[in-house]
Design a protein around this ligand. Structure first.
Ligand code: DAH
Length: 334
């Protein structure tokens, strides 16, 4: 049999084997058998040299054509096997329920803070902030709190260094000073933020907690504005039947100063007529002067309250430390 006659049957045999391969191993084997360096088809090509000069062109053409066909078949088989490997081994059940991802939630303190911010936004208040590492000037002096005031004692305040006396702010009131120095009135801001005090942790105290400060400075601002604003916000937060009352108090940065009590179904459930919730007052003339505002021209009010306390009342939480422990059994309830 001449070489030319061998091409077609050999090709047919090789094609059959390539097309029959159902996995990568079978395909590799077929490729080696036919097209590898020692392969049978490769062997055929090697015999070209023994052909006569006349037979060689025709044989070369046929062999190349056959080789092209085999390589195409090899690629087809490769694609087919790859596709089969990627296909699911089990039938898809399109009626099965989808897979759910576990989503995290906002911390209860964040949720309450967002609600407080939302309420004040309705009245045109903007959110401001300031540094947690403060200086004595913004935290105390500019707020009319003298050097011998107990809050400035190292027993009550975390001092970061003795040099220059930087400290961790004990209240968000420090931001009042920063904002009034930056911004001409009318000023209408609230400041939610973290504060620090040297308290031993127990059910109602923690060395870090959160406050919201509010400040409104304009012409002819009155206690009536203050009371109306506080009433609106607490009703928004704690229910429309919430009652508010002001009791005279003392803060060095306000005059007059008040403590705010509230009453609603919640306080009655706790067996109390009134619960203390915030401090407030008319911004002290000395504070206005300190930030370069003429107290004859400008008046303002300010308030501050604790966010944890609001959250504890709202959700009936009896231990403040639960907020900071990140126990999922606690957090998942909000
Ligand atoms: N800074 C006070 C505190 O930490 C709260 C407070 C009282 C803020 C009266 C004020 C205010 O702005 O006018 O308890």
């Amino acid at each position: 049999m001449s070489l030319l006659d061998e091409i077609e049957p050999l090709k047919a045999e090789a094609l059959a084997e390539l097309n029959a391969a159902t996995d990568q191993a079978a395909l590799d084997h077929a490729k080696g058998t036919w097209l590898g360096p020692q392969g049978r088809f490769t062997g055929l090509m090697k015999q070209m040299g023994s052909l006569s000069k006349e037979d060689r062109p025709l044989a070369g053409k046929s062999i190349n054509a056959a080789k092209g066909e085999l390589e195409a078949a090899l690629q087809t088989a490769r694609d087919r096997i790859e596709l089969a490997a990627a296909a699911p081994t089990e039938p898809t059940d399109f009626t099965a329920p989808g897979r759910r991802r576990t989503l995290g939630k906002l911390h209860p303190l964040t949720q309450v803070t967002e609600d407080i911010v939302k309420s004040f936004r309705k009245l045109g208040f903007a959110v401001a902030d300031g540094p947690e590492v403060e200086d004595e000037y913004h935290c105390f002096d500019a707020l009319n709190t003298p050097a011998d005031h107990p809050a400035r004692d190292a027993q009550d305040t975390f001092y970061v260094a003795t040099d220059g006396r930087p400290l961790l702010r004990t209240h968000t009131s420090s931001v009042q000073i920063r904002v009034m120095k930056e911004q001409k009135p009318p000023v209408r801001i609230i400041v939610p933020g973290r504060v620090y005090r040297r308290d031993t942790a127990d059910a109602t105290h923690n060395p870090t907690f959160h406050q919201v400060e509010g400040l409104y400075v304009d012409k002819n601002v009155t206690v009536a504005d203050l009371k109306g604003t506080v009433e609106f916000v607490f009703r928004d937060l704690m229910g429309p039947k919430t009652q508010i009352r002001f009791r005279p108090h003392y803060f060095s940065y306000t005059e007059p100063s008040f403590e705010i009590d509230f009453a609603n179904a919640l306080t009655r459930k706790m067996g109390k007529d009134w619960l203390e919730i915030a401090g407030c007052g008319m911004v002290h003339p000395a504070v206005l002067e300190e930030v370069g505002l003429d107290p004859e021209e400008w008046t303002g009010w300010a308030f501050g309250f604790g966010i944890e306390r609001i959250a504890m009342l709202r959700y009936g939480i009896n231990d403040i430390r639960l907020f900071y422990e990140n126990d999922l059994r606690f957090l998942r309830q909000f």
